[in-house]
Ligand binder design. Structure first.
Ligand code: PLP
Length: 398
C-alpha cells in the first residue's frame, strides 16, 4: 500500500521480537558474530552499501542508529544518511570530507555563525579559502565561482535574517561547473523541502531542532546522493563521528510527531505574526507571510509548508530597552537553539565588532544601527497567551 509520509512516520522501527511499538536502545561497542566468515561478509556488505541491520563495530553505529538512518533515508529520498552527535558535526563532516588544500568554497553570507567560522577560520588553516556571497544577489554568487570552487554551501532561509534564494538557479550553475552543493535545510525540514530531489548533493538538518522537537537531544543528519557517498563514508569512518543509540532513540520518537508538531507551530506562528504586523514598534517581520514579497514567492516556489522560527526588526535608539523587552517576556525562554515545543526569544547581533565567534560578522547586512533583530521561536503554547505576553512587553521598547 502506498502510504503518505505522515503515516509512514508513525510505523517504522517496531521491535517485533519484544512486541514493542518502538525499537530497542542498543548500546554496543563490541558487536558479536557467530563466525569469522560472518564478520568478513558483513564488512564487505557495509563497504558495498548493502542493506544491513547492524554494523561491525559500535563506532559506526548500532541497530538503533540504523533505524533512524532508514527513516531519514526515506524522508530525504537519499542514497545514504550519515548521523552525527550534533548538528554542527554534520556540517563539519561535509566540509572535511570533500574539501582539500587549494580548494575554494562559496558560502551564503547568512549561514549559521559557526558554519561561517569553520569556513572562514578553520578551513583557512588547511589552505581552503571561503568566499561569502550576498544571498539576495545571484550574480554575486556567480562572480565568486572560480576553477578552484569545490562546494557551494547554502542555508535556506538564512539564519536570523531569513532570506530565501532561488535554489534551482544555484543547482544549475553548480552542475554546469561540476561543483558539489550542500543545503542546510534545518528550518524547512525534509517534510517541506527535499533538497536532494531538486538536485543538491547533500541535505543537512540539525536533528537537535524539529526532528527531536523536545529540547532534550542533539544530533545531525547529512543525507547524500551516490556521487558524494564514498568520500564522506571514508572520512566518517576515520573521524569517529557518530550518534549515540540514546540520542537516535529520542530523535526517532520525535520524528513520529514531526508532521503534527510542525502544523501547530505554523498555525501558532501565523496568529502571532498577524498580531505583530500591526505593532508600530516592529519595522519588519522576517518570515514569508506577504504574498507580494520576493521571499514569499521564493518560499512558495520550493516549500510545501513553513515552521515557527523568524525574526522581528525592532527600531529603537535604546538597545537596552530591546534587551529589557526580551528579558521581560514570561513565556519565551532566552537561549540558543530552537525547534522544541517551547517559545524562545533572543537578541541577535550579526554585524561588526564581535571579538568572539562570528569574526567579522555579516558582510551583506541591510539593517541600520538603530534596527535590532530579535529572533523568536513560536512554540506549542496557546498562541493567545503568547500574544498577550508580547503585547504587554513590547511597551518596554523605547
Ligand atoms: C541553521 C542551523 N544549522 C546548524 C545548526 C547546528 O546544529 P546543532 O546545534 O545541533 O549543532 C544550527 C543550530 O542552531 C542551526 O540553527
Amino acid at each position: 500500500m502506498q502510504k503518505s509520509i505522515n503515516t509512514f512516520l508513525k510505523h517504522p522501527s517496531k521491535d517485533l521480537t519484544n512486541r514493542s511499538a518502538n525499537p530497542p536502545v542498543t548500546r554496543a561497542s563490541t558487536i558479536l558474530f557467530d563466525t569469522m566468515q560472518e564478520l568478513y561478509l558483513h564488512e564487505h556488505k557495509v563497504k558495498t552499501h548493502k542493506k544491513i541491520s547492524h554494523y561491525s563495530y559500535g563506532r559506526y553505529g548500532s541497530t538503533t542508529t540504523i533505524e533512524l538512518e532508514n527513516i531519514l533515508k526515506k524522508l530525504e529520498n537519499a542514497y545514504h544518511v550519515f548521523l552525527t552527535g550534533t548538528g554542527f558535526g554534520g556540517i563539519a563532516l561535509a566540509l572535511m570530507s570533500l574539501c582539500r588544500p587549494g580548494d575554494e568554497i562559496v558560502v551564503s553570507d547568512n549561514v549559521y555563525g559557526p558554519t561561517k567560522e569553520i569556513s572562514q577560520k578553520l578551513l583557512k588553516e588547511f589552505n581552503i579559502i571561503a568566499k561569502f556571497y550576498d544571498p539576495n544577489n545571484f550574480d554575486d554568487l556567480k562572480q565568486k565561482i572560480s576553477k578552484k570552487t569545490k562546494m557551494i554551501l547554502v542555508e535556506n532561509p538564512g539564519s536570523n535574517t531569513f532570506e530565501f534564494q532561488d535554489l534551482s538557479k544555484i543547482i544549475k550553475l553548480a552542475k554546469s561547473k561540476n561543483i558539489f552543493t550542500l543545503l542546510d535545510n534545518t528550518w524547512g525540514t525534509p517534510l517541506f523541502l527535499k533538497p536532494l530531489n531538486i538536485g543538491f548533493d547533500m541535505s543537512f538538518s540539525s536533528a537537535t531542532k524539529y526532528f527531536s522537537g523536545h529540547s532534550d537531544a542533539m544530533g545531525g543528519s547529512l543525507a547524500v546522493n551516490k556521487k558524494v557517498f564514498k568520500k564522506i563514508m571514508f572520512f566518517y569512518k576515520l573521524s569517529g563521528y557518530r550518534m549515540s543509540a540514546d540520542e537516535a532513540y529520542l530523535i526517532i520518537r520525535g520524528l513520529r510527531t514531526l508532521d503534527t508538531r510542525l502544523k501547530q507551530h505554523y498555525e501558532n506562528t501565523k496568529k502571532v505574526i498577524n498580531f505583530l504586523r500591526k505593532q508600530n514598534k516592529i519595522k519588519e517581520i522576517l518570515y514569508p507571510y506577504k504574498p507580494s514579497s520576493k521571499n514569499y514567492k521564493l518560499w512558495k516556489k520550493y516549500y510545501s509548508g513553513a515552521t515557527g522560527l523568524f525574526s522581528i526588526v525592532v527600531k529603537s535608539k535604546k538597545k537596552s530597552s530591546v534587551i529589557n523587552f526580551v528579558n521581560s517576556l514570561e513565556l519565551f525562554g532566552i537561549g540558543y537553539s530552537w525547534g522544541g515545543f517551547e517559545s524562545l526569544a533572543i537578541l541577535q547581533e550579526l554585524k561588526g565588532n564581535h571579538k568572539d565567534e562570528y569574526i567579522q560578522g555579516r558582510k551583506f547586512y541591510r539593517f541600520k544601527k538603530d534596527e535590532h533583530i530579535v529572533r523568536l521561536h513560536i512554540g506549542l503554547e496557546d498562541p493567545r497567551d503568547l500574544i498577550l505576553d508580547l503585547k504587554k512587553n513590547l511597551k518596554k521598547i523605547k
